[in-house]
Design a protein around this ligand. Structure first.
Ligand SMILES: *Cc1c(COP(=O)(O)O)cnc(C)c1O
Length: 393
């Protein structure tokens, strides 16, 4: 009997140790990890630099509250805004909190310009978190059902459909922002049909109608797609940019960044967090950003992307297996016209191939490997995947 509330259906395994791209059970059996705590441990498990920063800072100063200056928060803020191309940041503790801040900011923006009600355009298949506001912005009915979601405050359009956005703007006069993920993670590594051109189209509409463009880069951020933030593959810049997951390599931290007119929406008292941006969290953010830079991980992501997608394509393209996504955020799309039991894939990968994967959106194997995998581990991961998939075809 477990005392934990049954919010998760857990796999029948637990791990005692992690190192780089490998997880180990208590008896020492290694598993190659293509999930990395759901895109969180981008630098691998227990990266020495992060472990050292964590333990050093834990011995020095953990928490003082935001009633005082926090040197590490100032440093992390500058560093993060610099790599993100943004101006200002609010530190939170999770992706949902970062998005909650972004959505509250959009509502305050509407209020300040005289609106009586604020509505945000969001996408089909979106995932933005589990607080009431962010779950209302989320598409997945399993996450939404029963919670009296704030459905008057959002309007949902197909991902990639700029015409639907224009129609929503004709229909409602209270829209204040458009929120989207550059690549949708939780619903199966979905890229808009027109790719990153869609970001430019959204930017254009936001400029024309004076709306805030909010990019949720909780999953796509921190080097995951081969740029520091995925939007940097495009020519545009959002007004609000959120991130979390890879930002702390496993230490809980999130960030809501602003640029231009969004810098001035929050003022004293507008928003807050007891834990947000502790010396400990921000020391780690500093170390994560420095490590991504020092180890040239954006280059490494381009290299491992080529290896991984090359081996999978060479071996499986003829079987109608394709790959979508960018960098180390990949969806391996399996054919639906064969007799594949998608629901058993995660178990088979783990038990037969010692490989940790995730299956989302039905027939998509979602890969979120470490950004610093070496060639040997990348090839090993690719061949384990090929063997897993071949055995199903
Ligand atoms: C994971 C995720 C979130 C929620 O982050 P939490 O830290 O679980 O609150 C929000 N948006 C996207 C795109 C995510 O992938």
């Amino acid at each position: 009997m477990s005392y934990l509330l049954p919010t998760y259906k857990r796999q029948p395994i637990s791990f005692a140790k992690g190192q780089g791209s490998f997880l180990f059970t208590a008896d020492g059996t290694p598993y190659l990890d293509a999930l990395m705590g759901i895109a969180v441990c981008g630098l691998g498990h227990c990266h020495l630099r992060i472990t050292q920063a964590l333990s050093d800072q834990a011995k020095t100063l953990v928490h003082t509250s935001n009633l005082f200056g926090i040197d590490w928060q100032e440093k992390a803020g500058e560093k993060l805004c610099h790599v993100a191309g943004m101006d200002k940041v609010f530190f939170a503790n999770s992706g949902a909190e970062a998005n909650e801040a972004a959505l509250k900011m959009a509502r305050l923006f509407a209020k300040k310009r005289g609106q009586n009600h604020a509505r945000v355009i969001v996408m089909d298949h979106s995932f933005h978190g589990r607080t009431l506001l962010t779950v209302s912005a989320t598409a997945n009915p399993v996450a939404r059902d029963g919670f009296f979601t704030l459905d008057d405050d959002f309007v949902r359009v197909p991902f990639g459909d700029i015409t639907a956005i224009e129609q929503a703007l004709n229909q409602y006069d209270d829209i204040c922002a458009i929120m989207l993920e550059p690549i949708q993670g939780e619903s199966g590594v979905r890229v808009a049909d027109n790719g990153f051109d869609f970001l430019a189209q959204v930017r254009q509409v936001c400029n024309t109608h004076d709306l805030l463009m909010i990019l949720d880069e909780v999953q796509t951020g921190n080097g995951r797609t081969g740029k520091y933030f995925a939007y940097q593959h495009s020519q545009i810049k959002p007004d609000i940019l959120t991130t979390a997951k890879g930002l702390g390599n496993g230490f809980p931290v999130g960030a809501c960044m602003t640029s231009g007119q969004a810098n001035a929406i929050f003022t004293y008292g507008s928003h807050g967090s007891t834990y947000g941006g502790t010396p400990l969290a921000c020391r780690i953010v500093n170390e994560v950003i420095d490590t991504i830079h020092d180890e040239q991980l954006l280059d490494n992501v381009a290299k491992t992307h080529k290896i991984l997608t090359g081996i999978i394509t060479d071996n499986l393209a003829k079987d109608n297996v394709s790959i979508r996504g960018k960098g180390m955020m990949l969806g391996v799309v399996l054919p639906t016209d064969r007799d594949i039991d998608f629901s058993s894939l995660v178990d088979k990968a783990r038990d037969k191939h010692r490989l940790i994967i995730n299956v989302s959106g039905g027939n998509i194997i979602r890969l979120l490997p470490a950004l610093n995998m070496n060639t040997a581990d990348t090839e090993e991961m690719a061949y384990r995947l090929v063997n897993l998939i071949k055995a199903q075809l």
